[in-house]
Structures are given as structure tokens and as C-alpha cells.
Design a protein around this ligand. Structure first.
Ligand SMILES: [Cu+2]
Length: 169
């Protein structure tokens, strides 16, 4: 019996730590995903991420996508190309990092169904901190055909409902 109550106390402590970290880890603002048309197999999701402590966005997952990756778009010999960000996207402490069309983005591929305008899509962001500890943020990201107003340069107010909470690793 004594053993059992000790285990309960440990579980509670772990839960409390997780809840505290939720306020601290990474702030997500202006998240949105681009709507798709029937037959389209890939799309992008965009947002501004601000890490309180330096961390790295190492992965993304969504139930709507068979494959999801952190991507970067850049000019290569006059041609716009995109590729997975190797080693993850570094988020320096306190610095807003914008994921936007033409730059960093979350690539959702192998879509299982079209993303319809004015719905939401679940996204899980996976971070790894300087100590190598993984954490996750679960998001519900609004689906839009065009970039919502206020997403430019992080000046707009945060997209309500897109703010994440930290889950257990
Ligand atoms: Cu891409």
C-alpha cells in the first residue's frame, strides 16, 4: 500500500511539471494550413514559433497526412526548391521564427482527404531541447485558402485556438 501511494505521488508530480512547462516552452501564433482541392496530395502549414528557451523543431505529424516534414524553400540556381530541414529547425531563445509561404513551412504530404477551407487540422509539433529532451505541442490549426490577415511579420494578434499546450514526450 505504501508503495502504491508513492507511485501516485510521483505521477502527480510529473503531471504538475508538464502543466508548468506548457506556459513556458514554445509560443505558437498565427497558425494556419493551406486548403487543398480534390486530388491534391500535399500542402503547407505556417505559423510563428517563439521558444522561451532555445529548442529545435525536429518533427511534425498529423492524422491527415501520411508524411509530414519540416521544410525550407530557397532559391537554388534561380529555381525555387524545397527540402526537409536537416537536423530540425533551430528556435533561438526569445526569437520569433516565422514559417511562411516561400520560407520555412510544415509540409503535409500523402494527404488522406482534401483540407477544406474553414475547417481545422490537428498538428503535433515535436521539439528537442538543448538537453535532448523531447516535448510535443498539440495544435488545431485553421484551414484557409489564403494567408489570414495579420500573419505578416508577426505583427498581428495570435490566432485563437491555435495556441498549443505541451503534452508529454
Ligand atoms: Cu515543402
Amino acid at each position: 500500500m505504501k508503495f502504491k501511494s508513492l507511485m501516485t505521488a510521483v505521477a502527480l508530480a510529473a503531471t504538475t511539471l508538464g502543466a508548468l512547462a506548457a506556459d513556458a516552452a514554445v509560443e505558437v501564433q498565427n497558425a494556419w494550413a493551406r486548403a487543398t482541392v480534390k486530388g491534391q496530395m500535399a500542402t503547407g502549414a505556417f505559423m510563428t514559433l517563439t521558444a522561451k528557451e532555445g529548442t529545435t523543431l525536429v518533427g511534425v505529424a498529423s492524422p491527415v497526412a501520411g508524411v509530414a516534414q519540416v521544410h525550407e524553400m530557397k532559391m537554388d540556381g534561380g529555381v525555387m526548391k524545397m527540402a526537409e530541414v536537416k537536423g530540425g529547425l533551430v528556435l533561438p531563445a526569445g526569437k520569433a521564427v516565422e514559417l511562411k509561404p516561400g520560407g520555412y513551412h510544415l509540409m503535409l504530404m500523402d494527404l488522406k482527404a482534401p483540407l477544406t477551407d474553414n475547417t481545422t487540422v490537428p498538428l503535433t509539433l515535436v521539439f528537442k531541447d538543448a538537453q535532448g529532451v523531447e516535448s510535443k505541442i498539440e495544435l488545431k490549426v485553421p484551414v484557409k485558402q489564403l494567408a489570414p490577415a495579420g500573419t505578416g511579420m508577426g505583427m498581428g494578434k495570435g490566432a485563437h485556438g491555435a495556441n498549443g499546450t505541451l503534452g508529454k514526450p
